[in-house]
Design a binder for this molecule. Structure first.
Ligand code: THU
Length: 127
């Protein structure tokens, strides 16, 4: 699957977002090293701090399926161009980057943008 197709899958996943508070749907499409694809969306809670971002929801699904090496993740929000992951999600994604790296793909009115996780989270904390 190419990166443009991954954005389309992320867009579709954003339709399932549960966002009664922010009204800011986000979808993600994750490609793992062994070629599997996972999608997910954000879901909020009346106790606001319990909100789970699309990226971490999707990462959790991959991990639950035994896929812990992430090659690329596409993110889409109908409300924002170039919707990059929040700081917490950057840290979580960094934990599972593949040996070949992890590309973070966003959508803009000019087409897709591709970032490396190192670009989005320089000097990251790792144990
Ligand atoms: N959100 C995501 O799901 N991913 C991002 O990259 C940015 C923020 C969610 C959290 C919350 O449900 C809503 O977007 C507004 O912050």
């Amino acid at each position: 699957m190419n990166y443009e197709e991954m954005i389309k899958f992320a867009e579709k996943a954003s339709e399932n977002a549960y966002v009664p508070y922010s009204k800011f749907p986000v979808g993600a499409c994750l490609l793992t090293e062994n070629g599997n694809i996972y999608t997910g969306c954000n879901f909020e809670n009346s106790s606001f701090g319990l909100t789970i971002c699309a990226e971490r929801n999707t990462a959790g699904t991959a991990i639950a399926n035994g896929d812990k090496s992430f090659r690329a993740i596409a993110i889409f929000s109908p409300k924002m161009d170039n919707c990059t992951p929040c700081g917490a999600c950057r840290q979580v994604l960094n934990e599972f980057k593949s040996h070949e790296g992890l590309d973070v793909i966003t959508n803009t009115s000019d087409g897709i943008k591709v970032y490396s996780i190192e670009e989005l989270l320089p000097q990251s904390f790792v144990l």
